[in-house]
Design a protein around this ligand. Structure first.
Ligand code: IMP
Ligand code: MG
Length: 177
């Protein structure tokens, strides 16, 4: 285990089971639809890379970049830094994300894709911290609901580090305090 990690929250084995189960649900729901899978960079990279290989359907892959910046109050404002490059009009879009926290990122990205004419927009997140929600948002597919702790690994970072850890771990408070 990495020295900055306090405990392992989701092991490699558990992650594999979560990914397989989400892939099965998606495969069933999207059977016969030629959807676009859109990963939100960079946190989703490991999860999406694993997930896509388990889905036995035809689909396109693209990426978006969204970043949140805090306004004067605690409400996070979200900016889209890189839009999807495939036209979404009348297309079914499945967004893949690492974690839902306040909900602002996914609420903004979903609303944006619908305003561009997407036929449907669904969200598949690996983790969800429902206790931290500030805007109303419910993911369509969720790998694990987790407590209000800062987690790293399997794509998730703190200060751009720890994305390479093969498990999801709770970061020691001493690292960020
Ligand atoms: P939201 O807009 O507040 O839902 O923010 C979601 C984004 O915050 C995620 O895509 C992550 O990049 C980041 N984030 C939230 N919680 C964590 C965490 O525990 N570890 C790493 N990144 C996190
Ligand atoms: Mg993210």
């Amino acid at each position: 285990m990495h020295k900055d990690v306090e405990s392992i929250l989701i092991s490699e084995e558990k992650l594999e089971n979560i990914v397989n189960s989400l892939a099965k649900q998606i495969e069933k729901d999207y059977n016969g639809k030629e959807f676009i899978m859109v990963g939100l960079l960079k946190g989703s990279i490991v999860f999406m890379a694993q997930l896509m290989t388990k889905i036995d359907l035809d689909f396109e892959v693209d990426f978006m970049v969204a970043s949140s910046y805090d306004g004067t109050e605690s409400t996070g404002k979200v900016r889209i830094d890189k839009d999807i490059s495939i036209p979404v009009k009348d297309r079914d879009v499945l967004i893949v994300e690492d974690i839902v926290d306040s909900g602002s990122t996914l609420e903004t990205v979903t609303r944006h894709l619908l305003s561009e004419g997407a036929a449907s927009v669904k969200v598949c997140t690996l983790c969800d911290k429902p206790a931290r929600r500030k805007v109303s948002f419910t993911p369509d597919y969720c790998g694990a609901e987790i407590p209000d702790k800062f987690i790293v690994g399997y794509g998730l970072d703190y200060d751009e580090k720890y994305r390479n850890l093969p498990y999801i771990g709770v970061l020691k408070r001493s690292v960020f305090e």
